[in-house]
Design a protein around this ligand. Structure first.
Ligand code: 5AD
Length: 432
């Protein structure tokens, strides 16, 4: 299975290369020493990942060529926008027109959009977000893999099923060999080009051990590696960047300091934000966001969350529903609806039409299996597949009954590819 289209290197200027994909030009950062004009490469998240032998590249391109233009046509059809229909709420049309012509929306207008609950109005919002996604990001959809390497955690986050306080959680920590094997399988066997390594805040791995694992993966199976090990310290970020990690997945969870304080005993929102900002400075791609539907959270808080994610220079937004876990202090709190979440993703696309990719989180898919399609048609353009070894997945129980918890990697890939095809999306990362 192939998750990227080979691009041809046309220009090399210092760290930057210009790459051609069927006539479209993209820029990427190159860290390979032996790259030459005319070489074929895979790029991901704006980084050159590896060179591809000419014959192999041509073979893959021949397969992609027809498919690529066909998918574009399907997407174009599905993302067509017609706001000027009769009977449509004029105020809403006036607001939705603004991002279409590049005008920013006021906080008041955004709050209005976040308050919509009429099905017809929501469809207009989703269509506008989908149109903006197609306009700025084309039909590419990132498909990342995630390996959850350990569920040990020293934190006591009130919503989280693998918190230190949950004494009934059975713990696991994958060995170095198990992690390398899972990475090999995902990258080499299944063709993933971007991989997230995630764990609770586990002091069981030394930072040097994590660095060595990342180096080994990079040396053997080229891919864009994201780390998601919680607050590893600013030095830790430097060490893992040197080892080859190029992305950080770290949500700030909520931008409301009061709610943050209440849900994260002993932690400080500012320290978390400092990590994210430092990672951005170092050169990591930033994947960030928060939880939707936390107790006490208002629409204003959610709007601040989206604005904060943008301000943090997010390459990708990760906003998902809070799902109550029975063994946590928040066990009795209600879960938001699918609509509550998709509306936030659509508004996020209006706030940041051109830069950030928007992830359909597994938590949203857990709320409803139809939500992946719905979110992809409302501004989202990224999905993450779980490539953790099957025996560990149920133990990474941050919330109950996670979607795809017992689904093989093959089956997840098949389901994803067929959905993306039906929507005219290419499982690539071309929007660089
Ligand atoms: N519901 C939804 N998401 C959760 N996370 C942790 N617990 C829950 C829950 N109960 C999310 C956090 C964290 C990510 C790894 O998992 O947002 O950043």
């Amino acid at each position: 299975m192939c998750y990227a289209i080979p691009g041809k290197v046309e220009k090399i200027e210092d760290r930057f290369v210009t790459v051609d994909y069927f006539g479209e030009k993209r820029r990427a950062i190159n860290e390979l020493h032996d790259l030459a004009i005319g070489d074929y490469i895979y790029a991901q998240g704006g980084f050159v990942i590896n060179k591809i032998p000419l014959a192999e590249a041509q073979e893959i391109l021949a397969v992609w060529k027809e498919e690529f233009f066909h998918l574009q046509e399907v997407d174009l059809k599905l993302s067509r926008l017609d706001l000027k229909k009769k009977g449509v709420d004029e105020k809403l049309v006036r607001i939705l027109d603004k991002p279409l012509v590049g005008q920013p929306l006021s906080q008041e207008e955004l709050l209005y959009l976040l308050s919509l609950n009429n099905e017809h109005q929501l469809q207009l919002l989703y269509k506008t977000a989908n149109f903006l996604r197609a306009k700025h990001h084309k039909n590419s959809c990132c498909v990342h893999g995630i390996i959850e390497i350990s569920n040990y955690c020293k934190r006591s986050c009130a919503y989280c099923g693998i918190s230190l306080q949950n004494h009934s959680a059975k713990r696991y920590r994958m060995s170095r060999e198990e992690i390398l094997e899972a990475a090999r399988q995902a990258i080499d066997e299944y063709g993933f080009k971007a991989l997230v390594l995630q764990s609770g805040e586990d002091s069981g791995y030394k930072i040097e051990e994590l660095a060595e694992i990342i180096q080994q993966i990079k040396a053997n199976w080229p891919a864009l590696i994201f780390i998601s090990f919680g607050e590893i310290g600013l030095d830790g970020l430097e060490v893992l960047y040197k080892a080859g990690a190029r992305g950080l997945l770290m949500r700030f969870e909520t931008s409301n300091p009061g709610i943050y304080q209440e849900l994260h005993p002993g932690q400080d929102l500012n320290i978390r934000l400092e990590h994210i900002r430092k990672a951005d400075q170092i050169g990591y791609l930033i994947l960030t966001g928060g939880l939707i539907g936390l107790p006490g959270q208002t629409a204003g808080d959610i709007l601040n969350d989206i604005n904060l994610a943008k301000e943090l220079n997010a390459e990708m937004f990760s906003f998902g529903p809070f799902l109550a876990h029975p063994q946590t202090p928040l066990a009795k709190f209600p879960t938001p609806s699918e609509e509550d979440v998709v509306r936030v993703l659509a508004v996020a696309r209006l706030i940041d039409p051109a830069k950030a990719k928007i992830l359909v989180t597994t938590a949203l898919e857990t709320l409803s299996s139809a939500s992946r399609k719905e979110a992809l048609l409302a501004g989202a353009n990224s999905v993450m597949l779980n490539v953790t070894p099957l025996q560990y997945r149920p133990l990474y129980s941050i919330y109950p009954n996670r979607a795809h918890q017992s689904e093989t990697i093959e089956s997840q890939i098949q389901g994803t590819i067929s959905l993306l095809k039906s929507l005219g999306r290419a499982p690539t990362d071309l929007s660089i």
